[in-house]
Design a protein around this ligand. Structure first.
Ligand SMILES: [Mg+2]
Length: 373
């Protein structure tokens, strides 16, 4: 048995409180559940990954509970006894027993990368071809408080030089009221910072045709996934008629989805989440397709905690194709620090953590505190 043989894989659900409620089109979260995936090699090296979805199953059909069941019951038997460096083979074999479930697979795949990199004494980005940059720009997602409070939140972030661009979630209110709310924020930040919106696939084609031109005219700099994910042709139509870029998120989970978006010229930017894409390798396939077609990629988040965020930072910093910044702010939304040494944010960026593996160490007392009983 080699030192790299995986002899245990464990999953733990945490519920970590947020600094303020985070609102999506169909749900509000005041805590974020995380599924911590821990693999241990016979050489005693521990690798961590995080399986995490944004506040529940509304986004992609997975939740921490379904991910725990799939990993414990169906993926663990594939992983146990294999070598941590056999990531490609392990993930292909998992594909044979578990369809879709990309968020759960990402948790396992990242834990394998962390364990393998730690065994070699190198950072995870080394396994991805090396660091191409040592930090990445971070856009901040503003909350759903009254307009004045949202503007104050943005101005405070600008003042602290934490973020220089902002994203607003839409889709929870009537489209007319929602549009007015966003335009008021854009007007207040004009000349200070760019504002983009994410409609999380909640509008139909007619609603999008009616309100998106108003958002573009009012100065919104980018529109993320206004219409349903599978309606690529609607996204393409909107891309043709709007003067601002469209970002595809729900429309792209797989490399083939990326190919379809490229073929139909449906988006100028693709949101790449290492979670929804099923890990670092598959995210790289998505970025490669986008890059070949001249489509930009954004390092997006499903509100990962520090482990998932660190993995996404290693990914973003190793890929020239992640050329439209990131929203890797997840840990800043958490009220409790889970790391011994927090990720470093500042000057509109987050820094690539240094050291072996993901370059971050969990504070196991904090993990214990927020573990679900
Ligand atoms: Mg999105």
């Amino acid at each position: 048995m080699s030192e790299l043989t995986i002899d245990s894989i464990q999953t733990t659900i945490l519920d970590v409180p947020l600094v303020r409620p985070h609102k999506f089109a169909t749900t509000v979260m005041d805590k974020q559940p995380l599924l911590l995936v821990e693999v241990r090699t016979s050489g005693g090296v521990i690798g961590f990954g995080e399986a995490v979805v944004p506040g529940g199953p509304w986004w992609g059909g997975e939740s921490v509970e379904t991910m725990k069941a799939l990993i414990d019951g169906h993926m663990a038997p594939v992983v146990l006894g294999r070598s941590a460096e056999d990531i490609t083979g392990i993930m292909l074999d998992i594909e044979r027993v578990v369809a879709k479930a990309t968020f759960a697979k990402a948790g396992v795949e990242v834990a394998l990368h962390d364990a393998w990199a730690r065994s070699l004494g190198v950072p995870v980005h080394t396994l991805l071809g090396g660091a191409y940059r040592d930090s990445v720009d971070v856009t901040w997602a503003l909350g759903s408080a009254p307009i004045a409070e949202i503007i104050d939140e943005a101005l405070a972030k600008l003042e602290q030089r934490m973020n220089f661009s902002f994203k607003l979630k839409m889709g929870a209110l009537h489209p007319a009221a929602d549009t007015q709310r966003v335009l008021a924020v854009v007007a207040a930040l004009e000349g200070k910072a760019g504002v983009r919106v994410d409609i999380n696939a909640r509008w139909d084609r007619f609603t999008a045709l009616r309100y998106l031109p108003q958002l573009a005219d009012g100065g919104v700099e980018l529109i993320e996934q206004p219409t349903p994910g599978d309606q690529i042709e609607v996204l393409a139509e909107l891309s043709r008629i709007l003067p601002v870029p469209i970002m595809a998120d729900e429309s792209v989970l797989t490399p083939h989805d990326a190919l379809e978006v490229v073929r139909q010229q449906a988006a100028a930017v693709i949101a790449v989440k290492t979670t929804k894409c099923g890990g670092l390798q598959r995210s790289r396939d998505v970025v490669a397709i986008a890059r070949a077609a001249g489509v930009a990629c954004h390092g997006a988040t499903s509100i990962e905690g520090p482990i998932g965020t660190a993995a996404s930072i290693h990914f973003a910093c190793s890929q020239p194709g992640i050329n439209f910044g990131s929203e890797l702010f997840g840990p800043l939304l958490f009220a409790e620090e889970l790391l011994a040494e927090p990720l470093r944010y500042g000057d509109g960026k987050v820094a690539l953590p240094q050291g072996p593996g993901l370059g971050v160490e969990l504070n196991m007392d904090a993990v214990k505190t927020w573990t679900r009983n």
